[in-house]
Design a protein around this ligand. Structure first.
Ligand SMILES: O=c1ccn([C@@H]2O[C@H](COP(=O)(O)OP(=O)(O)O[C@H]3O[C@H](CO)[C@@H](O)[C@H](O)[C@H]3O)[C@@H](O)[C@H]2O)c(=O)[nH]1
Length: 484
């Protein structure tokens, strides 16, 4: 007999650091909010090797949370499709879909478990919308947890609408032109220079149209954002009649960080010894890394700027290993930095590998953040009131940078339209010269107007998630929708 009092949700996050962490934090938030909600998280192991992600997944069962159960789906090396660098999105989508049978089995077990609750919904990541098919087989509604922002969701919707009337080649041609787009979720017209490179391919567009079609089938979309930050973008969805309701439920953050290392304490101790707001922190997300020539330009810029710095430096996998391995720490970063750089900057700068980013941003010594503009990083920097200098690299980050700098005035730019092809790094990117980086760092540390706006937004981001706040209320309405 099912326990009718308990509402069960099945969460299916995507195996990427920037996706899985916020999704699981959202699960925690829901069970804390309502004692009658219970959640089973189905973990799909990544198809590539990532020490950070593996450490994070392994840590989950070690920190039990009441009413959240983690089930790791089997890794079937024989039958899972391999990732294709020519079609990274669709092959990743195929990889996720190859787990459908495991999801069916897990849900069948849940349904037949005595005393289990009524399954009221699947909550899936954008990369896992193929699982809607399984939810439909069980007659269970699906919700999407969108780990990026509302403006970008609006971009996808806009391009999807274009693709109904235009051939994909025409959309690609348009995206490579010099023009601008009037996208309803953006206040200003959006220059093509910030159009994400991944959607300038047939593979990316195919994924976009498939996932948007699936989005139209779901009961609601939860976006990791908040009304005070993205008022215009969130309100823009009300003009669509054939799109599900959008709930702004953020910022949903993992304030515990990812993969704690013993050296992290040493980094924090070093920050303890620095003056307030004096340190520039540089970090480029779970997939960010640069060629040696670019690293040298960053090093020169840091030296010239004279600001104290903390630089998270990660090594790209060799080209033939792209997408089989994610970036990792250098054994010895000295090998790729300019001669004598570490000695000359000793005392005012530090180079580290994977950073305890959240603890660093929370530290009062940090005065600025040079970031790749991954959405979690943007939300974390706003939460802690640290202004950003934008250096977007891959996926939707150019649009995030445009939004932060041009639309919202919450960041300064180093580069808005920098694009890195993470699936094929060989000679694909222009070099940003030291002078440009140095100028960005100087503006970041000196711009009091942006700093004041960020501090104000920091207060709003904290107020929105507590009782009386808009995201708090939004989650309340969502829970009513789950249990109705
Ligand atoms: O050295 C590091 C690097 C990252 N992080 C953390 O890892 C997360 C990274 O997330 P995010 O900033 O969003 O970057 P990505 O890992 O690049 O995230 C992917 O997912 C995001 C959400 O969909 C998108 O916005 C990005 O473009 C996409 O690349 C954040 O919580 C960081 O605090 C660390 O703790 N230490």
């Amino acid at each position: 007999m099912a326990n009718t009092k308990v509402s069960e949700l099945v969460f299916i996050p995507a195996p990427g650091v920037g996706h899985i962490m916020s999704t699981i934090e959202f699960a925690k938030l829901l069970v804390n909010r309502d004692r009658n909600i219970s959640i089973t998280v189905l973990i799909i192991h990544p198809p590539y090797s990532s020490s950070v992600l593996t450490t994070y997944i392994q840590s989950l069962p070690m920190n039990p949370i009441e009413r959240i159960r983690f089930i790791e789906l089997p890794r079937d090396q024989e039958t899972t499709p391999k990732l294709d660098l020519e079609a990274p999105f669709m092959s990743f989508y195929g990889f996720i879909n190859s787990h459908r049978n495991y999801v069916r089995n897990a849900v069948s077990d849940m349904v037949s478990r005595p005393g289990s609750g009524r399954i009221v919904g699947f909550v899936v990541d954008i990369l896992c919308t193929g699982m809607i098919e399984v939810a439909n087989e069980f007659g269970i509604p699906t919700y999407v947890f969108f780990t990026s922002n509302a403006a970008f969701l609006g971009f996808k919707l806009y391009i999807d609408t274009l693709c109904r009337d235009w051939k994909k080649e025409e959309v690609i041609e348009l995206s490579k032109s010099d023009g601008e787009l009037s996208i309803p979720s953006f206040i200003k017209t959006v220059p093509m220079s910030v159009y994400p490179a991944i959607y300038q391919t047939r593979d990316g567009l195919k994924f976009l149209t498939i996932s948007m079609k699936k989005f139209r089938e779901v009961k609601a979309i939860m976006v990791n954002t908040f009304l005070e930050l993205e008022t215009h973008a969130i309100e823009s969805f009300s003009s669509y009649t054939d799109f599900p309701p959008v709930y702004a439920v953020g910022p949903v953050l993992n304030l515990d960080g990812v993969a704690g290392k013993p050296e992290d304490k040493d980094v924090i101790r070093w920050l303890d010894g620095q003056p307030r707001s004096s340190v520039v922190f540089l970090c480029f997300g779970s997939m960010g890394c640069f060629e040696e020539v670019q690293l040298k330009e960053i090093a020169y810029a840091l030296e010239q700027s004279g600001h104290r710095f903390l630089w998270s430096l990660r090594r790209s996998p060799p080209p033939e290993q792209s997408f089989k391995f994610l970036p990792d720490d250098y054994d010895d970063p000295r090998s790729i930095l300019p001669d004598g750089f570490l000695e000359r900057t000793n005392g005012f700068g530090r180079v580290i590998g994977w950073a305890p980013q959240v603890s660093i941003l929370a530290h009062e010594a940090v005065g600025g953040f040079v970031s790749h503009c991954g959405w979690n990083s943007m939300l974390e920097s706003l939460w802690f009131g640290v202004p950003t200098a934008t250096w977007p690299m891959y996926t939707e980050q150019q649009m995030n940078a445009f939004q932060m700098v041009v639309e919202l005035g919450l960041a300064v730019d180093i580069k808005l339209g920098y694009k890195d092809n993470i699936f094929n790094r060989e000679g694909n990117t222009a070099i940003v010269m030291a002078k440009e980086i140095e100028s960005g760092i100087r503006r970041l540390m000196a711009d009091e107007e942006v700093r004041a706006k960020v501090k104000k937004m920091s207060k709003m981001s904290r107020a929105t998630v507590v009782e009386g706040g808009s995201s708090f209320a939004s989650i309340g309405r969502l829970i009513q929708d789950f249990i109705a």
